[in-house]
Design a protein around this ligand. Structure first.
Ligand code: GAP
Length: 456
């Protein structure tokens, strides 16, 4: 078996094409000509997203005793964004080209391309006519209520974190928590990015997964390091290769206004090393500002009367950045015998479909009846798919392309001895097991540690 080189294979274009072909991700508003960098998730995309969110919640909430869940509103009182600093500081520098009418981030010109062909960096053609940079606020504005005036102005949240800070007191009192403890939430955030792009990597509407961990101030550095390690460990647990991950600490000039320390967990995407997740030590910035602007004291009072404003450690990532990293890491092309196959080598817990049930001959009543029985049994607990359409080789290829780790094939021998074939997506090894043991076999297989065959 000859293997093609992975790294050249997983370009953003190939991953995006597979996602479209196999109903993971569609360009949004396609029948109206699209809307730049806006995407809709299809059937397998939804299943994949749900698995990633579930595993994030499992690690951050279910497996811990010190983190609780929250789901706050998307449109908050606009004063929240004044207090957070977003109204005054959430800007990117923007330049317009008067010739090609495109807009660019002034601080990212070297990564941008002019609208003229052959494409060059904006400013490099003699016809380029760039304006002076001006500040552009990334928050989407909207109005609340029937009358559109300055009093009705509101924003779509640019991060989920602020919804957590303004609920600090509720959680502290009602969930009876004391630092160190965390509040985690998953939900949509919106940013009017000047230069979105690279498929789902930078989009204007994305699903953030953030956790604010409130700690006694002297412990903040220790918890900051702890959460960097935890989050790096999470990516390894779900199969990303160690060689494709690194931690990069921000210099003081690079940090956000609220940050006392930030590290990016970076992944080597097909576009190069880029931020996957940020872990920040936000100090007491947010609770202090919301205390000031709301006049509600956001502090912890210990049973002995000691009071303090907890410091906050924040791991923050978007589902979209995780999905692009997982797709790029999983994408593989290989030649098996004479035939090429494209395969997504997802971690079995992440794969949208855990197993396929395939009757070898679609018209054989005995095989169909056995296969349907197995399918009905497995689907009660697992995401499984029944497929009787086309030659068996083509059905295997279809499952490989959506990353299904195992396929159970029902054939002549099943009718004779009640066994089925299990095919492994990665090794292509096949074994026979008794039909009655399939469910237990699958549950054992999901429990086993999984490592990508692509190495470290
Ligand atoms: N609450 C802190 C915060 O929002 P951030 O670094 O601006 O910090 C956190 O964003 C994470 O959200 C990033 O590490 C990235 O995973 C994701 N993210 C930010 N902007 C994004 C965009 N336009 N498209 C997709 N994901 C984005």
């Amino acid at each position: 078996m000859e293997l093609e080189q992975f790294d050249g294979a997983a370009t953003i274009e190939k991953v995006a094409a597979l996602c479209r072909r196999r109903a993971f991700v569609f360009p949004s508003s396609d029948i109206y000509g699209g809307l730049g960098s806006s995407f809709d998730f299809g059937h397998y995309g939804v299943l994949l997203n749900d698995n990633v969110k579930a595993e994030w919640r499992r690690a951050l909430i279910q497996e811990r005793e010190d983190v609780v869940a929250l789901d706050s509103a998307i449109i908050l009182n606009p004063q929240v964004w004044v207090a957070s600093g977003h109204v005054d500081t959430f800007f990117d520098p923007l330049v317009d080209c008067r010739t090609c009418k495109l807009r660019f981030r002034a601080d990212k010109l070297e990564d941008s391309q002019c609208g003229r062909k052959p494409s060059k960096q904006p400013g490099e053609f003699k016809e380029c006519d760039l304006t002076e940079p001006r500040q552009f606020n990334l928050m989407f504005e909207t109005t609340v209520g029937p009358v559109e005036d300055s009093g009705s102005r509101a924003y779509l949240r640019p991060e989920t974190a602020q919804g957590i800070f303004i609920n600090f007191k509720n959680v502290l009192q009602i969930a009876r928590r004391r630092p160190p403890f965390g509040i985690a939430q998953v939900g949509k955030s919106f940013r009017n990015e000047i230069t979105p792009g690279n498929f789902l990597f930078r989009v204007r509407e994305f699903e953030q997964m953030e956790m604010e961990f409130f700690v006694p101030p002297p412990e903040s550095e220790q918890w900051y390091r702890y959460w960097i390690d935890q989050r790096l460990g999470w990516y390894l647990r779900y199969g990303l290769r160690r060689s494709k991950l690194r931690v990069r600490e921000h210099g003081p000039e690079e940090r956000s206004h609220y940050s006392q320390g930030t590290s990016d967990i970076e992944y080597e995407y097909p576009i190069g090393w880029s931020e996957l997740e940020g872990v920040a030590n936000r100090g007491d910035f947010d609770l202090t500002r919301h205390t000031e602007f709301s006049t509600t004291k956001l502090e912890y009072v210990a049973p002995d009367g000691e009071r303090y404003v907890p410091h906050v450690i924040e791991p923050a990532v978007s589902l979209e950045r995780i999905i692009v990293a997982m797709l790029a890491d999983a994408y593989d092309e290989e030649v098996v015998g004479e035939r090429e196959r494209t395969v997504l080598r997802f971690h079995p817990e992440i794969a949208p479909v855990t197993a396929a049930i395939l009757p070898l001959i679609a018209k054989d009543e005995g095989m169909v009846s056995k296969a349907r029985g197995l399918y009905e049994d497995l689907r009660k607990r697992h995401s499984v798919e029944y497929d009787d359409n086309g030659a068996i080789g083509r059905r295997y290829r279809r499952q490989d392309e959506i990353g299904t780790p195992w396929a159970f094939t029902i054939d002549e021998q099943t009718l004779a001895d009640d066994t089925v074939t299990v095919r492994d997506r990665d090794s292509l090894a096949q074994e026979r097991i008794s039909t009655g043991k399939v469910r237990a076999w699958l549950e054992d297989a999901l429990e086993r540690e999984w490592k990508t065959p692509k190495g470290e």
